[in-house]
Design a protein around this ligand. Sequence first.
Ligand SMILES: [Zn+2]
Length: 386
Amino acid sequence: MIVEKAGEVLERHGLCDHCLGRLFARLGKGTNEERGRAIRFVLNMKRSTEGLPPIGEPEKCELCGNVFERIPELVERMKESSEGIEFETFLVGSRFPEEVREKEGAIWREFGIDTAEPINREFNRELGKAFGMATGKDTAKNPDVVFIVEPYSGEIELQINPLYVYGRYRKLARGIPQTPLPDFEDSVASIICRAFSRASGGKCIFKGAGREDVDVRMLGNGRPFIVEIKRPKKRKLDLDAIAEAINASGKVEVLNLRFVSPKEAEEVLTKNHRKEYLALVLVEDGVTPEEAEEVAEKLRGLEIRQRTPWRVRKVRADRVRVKRVHEAEARWLDEKHFELRLITDGGLYIKELVSGDKGRTQPSVTSLLGKPAWCERLDVLNILDD
Ligand SMILES: [Zn+2]
């Protein structure tokens, strides 16, 4: 059956062993070239018993134009295009001209062949094998790099997949925005990205899991973040050395750096965890230790209805969020000040929880005290995500 069909095809079309074997790719094992050679061998034995001349491989294959002979040259081009790029795993994709794919489909239809494999599949596999042999690199499902090859022009496009690093940062000083702002020399993002860009040779994008205001410190176990490094030249980064370089800034410290998958990176950025805060509360009209204690007691377990704060109304959708205060402790300092240590749901605005934001946050320290209170200083002590 196979040999008969192969004979019919070869009488009409001059195909190389690759293209002949590929018509029967789903039958048996081995490469298409081996399969094509074996089928041709048996066919020609049969033809010789019938007194017919053998059908050898054509000088130039009518379907592929002997494209498989170009593989050694393409391997060299792939090596050149990836020079200076660190990677362990790769994949090959190829762009075949429309006319080749159409011609192939026409042969399948002409002879009713349903056991074939498309040319680009075989080509990708054979080119990948040859490149792996030449370089000792492996193919992988989520590779470090992808070569997109135009087999006839020999053009190579090198896609370098990004790297993702998870970490937590502490912001030790006030007056540093999380991401660059006009009038500020540094930001958490720029301090962290500088070290990663230098080590990787790639473009670095910082994404924090939430943010704190410019004048708020981030202490304790730090805030989770993800660094995405686009087109890294180096992938085997010494994360300890990078942490050391960042920590030398004296303004920002990073902890727990480790590589993560794109999926883990996504999860880190979308979860909203409880947070522990320390707020310094100013009461111009005066406050007693008993009043401070009473406010903390009322806050404990309290549900807060918070309309989007006035100061961020232009950048956040205007709506009412319901959040809970889980823990609250007061420490009286002097007749106008006390400290509030709070554990709240993620996404509760603490400055407005204190001031009341002209009634937009209900209840608030102001409403519970019955006199205006103001958050003079705020630190995030911990993000409770463990
Ligand atoms: Zn061919």
